[in-house]
Design a protein. Structure first.
Length: 128
């Protein structure tokens, strides 16, 4: 819903209007894409400007059906990594958190660390 009066695509949209995004039409718009109906996965490789136009899982009610599960699993996986392993930097320099390009905000320089399993790992990660 729009929180304020605004203009979208030249149209006046009053406050509290539900806006629907037609991702199908956007992904097949010849003004945005070179050969929009052709299967060309190379257009989404890093460094190509077309990757920012992609909405791979849709938006709103029609979005990715696995996103709720993914959010829970990521939390579980991250918690397990923190609880079960000791982490150390490889060098003495601080970790560079500069963001790279891409929809997942990758780091410019990959993180390189050493990890050592803690004794609790067998209790947490091994099925009973």
């Amino acid at each position: 819903m729009s929180s304020d009066d605004c203009k979208v695509g030249g149209y006046d949209v009053p406050r509290d209007t539900i806006l629907l995004v037609n991702a199908w039409a956007i992904h097949r718009d010849p003004k945005l894409w070179d050969e929009p109906n052709s299967f060309k996965p190379e257009r989404f490789e890093i460094g190509d400007g077309e990757a920012r136009k992609l909405m791979p899982f849709g938006l709103g009610r029609r979005s990715c059906p696995g996103s709720g599960l993914a959010q829970r699993v990521v939390g579980l996986a991250l918690g397990s990594l923190i609880q079960c392993f000791e982490w150390e930097r490889v060098g003495e320099e601080k970790v560079d958190m500069t963001e790279g390009r891409g929809s997942t905000m990758p780091k410019v320089d990959p993180l390189v660390v050493l990890c050592k399993a803690r004794p609790i790992t067998n209790n947490v990660l091994v099925a009973a």
